[in-house]
Design a protein around this ligand. Sequence first.
Ligand SMILES: Cc1cc2nc3c(=O)[nH]c(=O)nc-3n(C[C@H](O)[C@H](O)[C@H](O)COP(=O)(O)O)c2cc1C
Length: 372
Amino acid sequence: MSPDLATDLCRLLSIEVPVVQAPMAGVTTPEMVAAVGNAGGMGILGSGGTPPEELRRQIRRVRELTDRPFGANLVLHSQLHPPTDAATIPEAVVEEVQAQLNRFRRRLGLPEKSGRPPNPPHFVDEAFRVILEERVPVFSIGLGKPTPEMGRACRQHGIRILAMAATVADAVELAASGVDAVVAQGGEAGGHRSTWVKPGSPGRGAIGLMVLLPQVVAAVSVPVLAAGGIMDGRGVVAALALGASGVFMGTRFVATHESAASEAYKAALIASDSDSTTLSDAFTGLYARMLRNTLTEEYAASGAPVFPAPLQQAALEDVRGTATARGDGEFFPRYTGQGVGMIRGREASGEVVRGVVAEAREVLAALARRAR
Ligand SMILES: Cc1cc2nc3c(=O)[nH]c(=O)nc-3n(C[C@H](O)[C@H](O)[C@H](O)COP(=O)(O)O)c2cc1C
């Protein structure tokens, strides 16, 4: 008989297996979230920059496809909520950033720009209201902590809160704020470092999961999920051995059939090895792990400053949009974790969950025999 993988997290979230598909703005789709739920895990919609009515549409679409629990994510970084006002950026910084971006614009044949970027629309409060109104079972937070009002509103609506931290101190703060479970994000993870204050260098807040996870487990009394580099059943067993109650997997789902990532992005992930990533703030102003490309490398080499979030992304919109439309991976961000070297090809999201769980069961049984 294969060992049962149900943990306290499964009971907390009413799911069968402790595999959670991480929210990934621009990549997750209702189809992905539903496929993961129907396979017994839990999927989470990413929503950074998604207009609230589009988020509502996605939530309702998930419900058409599954009756299983799922989540919706908001990014609550201190530079994003409330958002930095472009009027506060010093003139010298505006000139330096635009001069650097103009080097990329010239290469792409785009008109040069000067002056402050536009303040993009701010959706967080309205998006949170949608999550409450739609009674999404799980509210997931990246790069921030819930306000006391958010915590109260979620409790009143019967919504569980999962929040992500990249350091032990932040995990302790999240647990004290009353969240139902903490996600420990190791430095291997794809996407943004989950801190609410930008660290002074990319290496800060990027602690390997192997050492972060047991320390977070020891420091908090709520269930802990492991995020960062978990790509298969061996990773699930390792995370459970280090005290996690479940896993939070992003990178493995980026190249699935249900992912909204472009074909060029998926192909680049399949072709990349684990040494292909870097931590860069060039695309959004906050450090994120992605595939190295011309833009990350030349921006870092230039020594130019970046605008705070959300203004760096707003300033880069023309570069990023043009490169994305052309499939030119050298100038748009391809977020991925160090586990990218373990992506084998395009696959179905439900099959990822079923395969990871079957492998975890086999690994557990084999381990018991091997280590007798
Ligand atoms: C393409 C991509 C986009 C991401 N977008 C978000 C996001 O919108 N919100 C968030 O909280 N985390 C986001 N993350 C981080 C994930 O929540 C998670 O920490 C990470 O994927 C786990 O590590 P792994 O990628 O090695 O599996 C993103 C990760 C990736 C790979």
